[in-house]
Design a binder for this molecule. Structure first.
Ligand code: HEM
Ligand SMILES: *[C@@H]1O[C@H](CO)[C@@H](O)[C@H](O)[C@H]1NC(C)=O
Ligand SMILES: *[C@@H]1O[C@H](CO)[C@@H](O)[C@H](O)[C@H]1NC(C)=O
Length: 378
């Protein structure tokens, strides 16, 4: 019982800069006596659980408050893990830019280690590894390059058209919609079309379409829920919350799924060589020769939640501020008229007010306020 409560109280995944004791010892030769290790100030830790209870259920707010007492750099003990929290622009620049080589390693949540995912994934490999560099380069040249984004833009436009048709149909019938679910579907399809030229989710749920959504939703959930194993590695073998078992299932399913898509594509490409049937080139086409499989997990998991949550918050804030909503609408009508003109991604530059709305949304509701855990090398 106490375990459950602790787990709920603690956030794990997006936890800050953590410095693991033994690394300090081995790299710096710091003595094992507690008194000889100099950490920034912080609240007094309780035995065993440390400062976990201070985080409450909104850790980003609790941390902001604590930093008013202890300053922009402070130390917390989260269970077995010593964590340094920074919270000023100056320190963020020091850690994420000036000393990024040392500070951009990661503490890896237990659930991410299933099937050794962390050894292949851009989000978790250390930036010093050649593998991480290759994956970053592949993303820069094969996924997010202007040419590649241009080539897949029609696929995302199709996704938006489907969203608009669905909303229109529902609003004509006067039905109530759950926007969280709808935007999740839209963004999932936007990413899956960019990669594979297919919709992997649907608005009206059938069993089949729900399956893929559940996998991605599940991965997002498991990797952001607090897991007692991450604070007390001694429980590692037990997996008391069952998180590792669930994550294993999701990950296996996702890999099998992507395997299937790749095989299918290899076959259809072989056939296409003989015809002149022209498709638009998606990411799968351009990187079929490069290892993609493990990267698709991080791209789905990182891209779908962050983006759909941004839209949900932006819409919620606009609904709460009708005059801002009106201004956004006016700007859109100014650029698009009331007609059915197609949105081009390049038009974003013509929509400064909308861009400001998005930035303000990120300021008020940052989707990953605590980043992905960073670990210092020394
Ligand atoms: C609203 C949109 C988004 C927000 C707010 C957001 C936020 C973040 C944050 C805070 C991090 C951690 C940075 C760190 O630990 O220093 C991150 C990493 C990452 N994001 Fe996003 N993200 C967004 C959209 C996306 C999209 C659309 C994709 C891909 C399709 C994506 C892929 C990634 C990847 C791969 C990483 C790990 C990079 C690495 O470790 O090398 N993100 N994102
Ligand atoms: C974490 O626990 C292990 C024993 O399980 C212990 O050796 C180690 O010193 C602890 N680390 C910290 C930072 O408390
Ligand atoms: C909307 O969907 C989300 C995700 O499934 C759920 O957490 C939320 O409770 C739903 N909201 C309503 C009002 O049903």
């Amino acid at each position: 019982m106490i375990m459950e409560n602790l787990a709920i109280l603690v956030i794990l995944s997006f936890v800050f800069i953590s410095i693991i004791h033994h690394i300090l010892k081995s790299k710096l030769g710091i003595k094992t006596h507690k008194s000889s290790t100099k950490f920034p100030p912080g609240p007094k830790p309780l035995p065993i659980i440390g400062n976990i209870l201070e985080l409450g259920n909104q850790p980003h707010k609790a941390l902001a408050k604590l930093s008013q007492t202890y300053g922009p750099i402070m130390t917390l003990k989260l269970g077995n893990i010593t964590t340094v929290v920074i919270s000023s622009p100056m320190l963020a620049k020091q850690v994420l830019q000036i000393h990024d080589q040392i500070c951009s390693h990661r503490t890896i949540p237990d659930t991410v280690k299933v099937l050794n995912h962390h050894l292949y994934s851009m989000g978790w490999l250390p930036p010093s590894s050649p593998q991480w560099r290759i994956l970053r380069r592949v993303c820069a040249t094969k996924v997010f390059s202007p040419q590649q984004l241009d080539s897949t833009q029609v696929l995302r436009q199709k996704t938006l058209r489907e969203l608009m048709d669905f909303m229109k149909e529902k609003s004509e019938k006067g039905e109530v919609l759950n926007l969280s679910e709808i935007y999740f579907t839209t963004i999932l399809n936007s990413v899956s079309n960019t990669f594979f030229s297919i919709n992997l989710a649907h608005y009206e749920d059938s069993c089949k379409s729900q399956e893929f959504k559940d996998i991605i939703w599940g991965i997002g959930e498991e990797s952001s829920k607090p897991n007692v194993v991450d604070f007390f590695p001694i429980f590692g073998l037990l997996d008391p919350q069952g998180a590792r078992a669930r994550m294993s299932k999701h990950t296996e399913k996702l890999i099998a799924f992507v395997d299937g898509l790749m095989e299918e594509r290899l076959k259809s490409r072989a056939l296409e060589k003989e015809t002149t049937n022209k498709r638009c080139k998606d990411v799968l086409d351009s990187i079929l020769d490069v290892m993609l499989e493990d990267n698709s997990q991080i791209l789905f998991a990182a891209g779908v939640d962050s983006t759909s949550i941004t839209i949900v918050w932006a819409m919620s804030e606009l609904l709460r501020n009708p005059e801002k909503l009106e201004k956004t609408r006016e700007e859109l009508q100014c650029v698009y008229g009331k007609g059915e003109q197609v949105l081009e991604e390049s038009h974003v530059s013509k929509l400064p007010y909308l861009r400001a709305v998005v930035k303000e949304t990120w300021r008020m509701h940052p989707p990953g306020p605590l980043l992905i855990p960073h670990k210092t090398l020394r």
